[in-house]
Design a protein around this ligand. Sequence first.
Ligand code: ADP
Ligand code: MG
Length: 585
Amino acid sequence: MLPDHVANQIAAGEVVQRPASVVKELTENAVDAGATEINLIVKDAGRALIQVIDNGAGMTVTDLRLAFERHATSKIRTTEDIFQIHTKGFRGEALASIAAVAQVEAISKKNSDELGNKLIIEGGTVRDQLPVAAPDGTSLSVKNLFYNVPARRNFLKSNQVELRHIQDEFLRVALAHEQISFKFFHNDAEVYILKAGNFKQRIVQVFGRKIESQLVPISEETEIVKINGFVGKPESAKKQRGEQYFFVNQRFIKSNYLHKAITDAFENLLPNQYVPSYFLFLEIDPSKIDINIHPTKTEIKFEDEYAIYAVLRSAVKHSLGQFNIAPSLDFDQNPDWAFIPSRPQNQSVKVPEIKVDRNYNPFDSKPTQKEIRPMTDLYQSFSEFEIENYHPQTLLSKEEFEFAELNVFQWQNKYLVTQHKGELLVIDQNRAHQLVLFENFKRSGSGNALSQRLLFPTEIPLSETEMNALKNFELDLVKFGFDLEFGTKEISVTAIPTDVQNEQIPAIFSDFLNELEIHDKISFETEISKIIAKNSAIKKGESLLPEQAKHLAQQLLQLDEPNFSPYGKPIFVQISETEITKKLS
Ligand code: ADP
Ligand code: MG
């Protein structure tokens, strides 16, 4: 059994990575407590003080004590409750973790109580507790973060960087709760004063007046998801990522996948590499999502990922069209704007005729990349449906419809077998995954990659030359989600992209160094992506769950160019019925 203070410090490593994590946890607690006013006071970029004052429900003296125990939460009781989460928190870990690595002073008073209570905890040990006069609500002060974990305190970045992170976390909560007033002070200077209002007003208060004329409203309601919010007009798009906000059930999330739905909707409206801004609220039945997969909960899993993608993309496309931003969009003329209506119950689907290209050979040196995509035949057969059967609620583009229905099985723990365009496809799982990861990394490498902080950093011994070579690329690596600390004879890798496993780090860095030795300058986005993809892809011989196999095949077939791995090897073999008939004759 680990002593409590050790267990809490370890848990703290996951929850409290930097001052910004404390800001996130405390402001979310204030929101969960039903506050209508939340004040954030920060000193010295959070090193000296992070204080959150709310006018929410407050805590009784017993609850105030309990709140700092590990796994103490008032927000869920049973495992089933996890599927019905309407609060920001539910793990009951934040306060215990924060108190383990800081000096905390908590004052809380319930509206129904005469007096409030004050609790002082240092490094997880209660120092003092006493009744005090206090306003309704809670004030939590976190002083000298990591005072007892010098290694962590030393790892904090410059004040400017830490403050930037604090501001990001603050805005994610403030944007998601426009009906709450927020104030944020740093070193006694006002940073944000946000009055309660509607969502548009909140965006304007945060980003300034000039954004107002740039916002195109989005609104769509379907059975699986309700979408509201704004996207920026194409001319307001920027070259780097910046104002991209997805909120699912009022929780900020990161999703490369949904991001792609938006950029897809902007297709042809933006020059390459420009990223549209967006502020979108998705409301989804909590039982259809899993917010549990990431300790800091910015990633979630959706049960209906494909459908949400499709609805989101169409909603954005639709608004861009409606607001005359993309006047060329037209239901009848633009084949891009092709929806498949939900299948009518009493009508069977006419089997599409498939033209088989007998000359198609995936090993050809000049790949006919688009070969695998067009499904015009399928679409035409659907367009014969009567207009009454057109349910805009269940919009799926032709690709999504097609891929959602895929039947995939794994064979020999090496291949995924499925059918596509009337042919049998045998997909090399390793190469397929390499390509899927490669495309993802390439995309996220140009913006904020999702990163996970390591509890135990991996150390890699390096020569001086290697060290210098890597130093020049530190920033590029950071963009991909790595975080490095340079020692004298080694580097420690303290954070890695979420798709990468701990064990793969040494191999990945050894490949980086090899590449740097050969070329002495890596064309980073491509080469880094290749190397990470190669090392983290599902290996040959790895057995996959049926959903994993299906998901991988779907991801592959949705790519514009699914034919070759990042290293130029063919990914799949196609076998036509003719070939099989021939063998059977
Ligand atoms: P979680 O939010 O996951 O429940 P926390 O450790 O953040 O866990 O908080 C523990 C408990 O303390 C919460 O469930 C809540 O009951 C109480 N609590 C924390 N902050 C506040 C607050 N600002 N106002 C009222 N209650 C609070
Ligand atoms: Mg909490």
